[in-house]
Design a protein around this ligand. Structure first.
Ligand code: ZN
Length: 271
């Protein structure tokens, strides 16, 4: 997919209709049957359209499963679905667009993350873009059957190593932050420090995505817990700005973060 004209950051490039979905995307022996049942419920014309999507050669999966898994998008709660236009957008490890399932519209939306000049390819990231190179390559080979040749994967050695070190550190921090959720007794000080380091590293590597809004939200909570309302407000504003740009104002997640921001503003105004 290429931009015919210049596209400003935050513009909705596409909202795409769901072709079909499965409620359980676990890759087990039942997945072939689940895809078949959903696919065969479609009119034959639409079934044929699914067959036009890219199908990587996979050592163990049959083409139906391989085609489904290479093109599906997560819809939340273990479900996934196929979208004929969105499924054709290529991957980049530094994408210029972001996809998300809009529960209220029941459509897949694609927003420009940055200003995209006319003629440039529109790309999204098929994985969390902060995954380190070895991790990304492994997923691309096993799951999608391609070798990534995006600008980040083709950086000259020294820059590639710096980028990879940052992403490696972000991945480590992300796991440690998740552990904070499993062990709530952990020090709040440590969590805030990790969240701020994550945000800094992501910015240094020009990484963008909803994971940033999630980190802004965590920073807001940490500052609220320690009574730093002004700093909490700053991160709440960044969270809403990111959600607006990546998801649009009609997304449930954006609406919720905007409500939280208004509540916080009211509290700060009373101080
Ligand atoms: Zn890449």
């Amino acid at each position: 997919m290429f931009a015919k004209t210049a596209i400003k950051a935050g513009i909705r490039i596409l909202d795409d209709e769901l072709l079909f979905s499965i409620s359980d995307s676990t890759v087990d022996e039942g997945i072939e049957a689940r895809i078949t049942v959903s696919l065969e419920a479609l009119p034959s014309e639409q079934q044929q359209e699914f067959q036009t999507l890219h199908c990587p050669d996979h050592p163990t999966w049959i083409p139906l499963v391989s085609r489904y898994l290479a093109n599906c998008f997560e819809l939340g709660s273990g479900a996934s679905g196929i979208f004929l236009k969105a499924s054709r957008i290529n991957h980049s490890c530094r994408p210029n667009a972001f996809f998300s399932w809009n529960l209220l519209l029941h459509r897949m939306t694609i927003h420009a993350i940055v200003d995209i000049p006319a003629g440039e390819e529109v790309t999204v990231s098929y994985v969390f873009p902060f995954f380190a190179l070895a991790h990304r390559r492994d997923v691309f080979r096993k799951h999608y059957g391609f070798e990534c040749d995006c600008p980040v994967c083709c950086l000259e050695l020294a820059s590639a190593q710096r980028s990879d070190q940052r992403r490696h550190r972000i991945e480590t921090i992300n796991l440690a932050i998740q552990e904070c959720d499993d062990a709530p007794s952990n020090n709040d000080e440590d969590e805030l420090e990790m969240v701020l380091e994550f945000i800094e590293l992501a910015k240094d590597d020009h990484l963008d995505g909803q994971f940033l809004a999630h980190m802004y939200s965590r920073a807001r909570e940490c500052y609220e817990d320690r009574g730093s309302k002004e700093l909490a407000l700053k991160y709440a504003e960044m969270e809403v700005e990111t959600n607006m740009r990546l998801l649009g104002e009609d997304n449930e997640v954006t609406k919720e973060s905007a409500r939280d921001l208004e509540e916080l503003k009211a509290v700060v105004a009373l101080m």
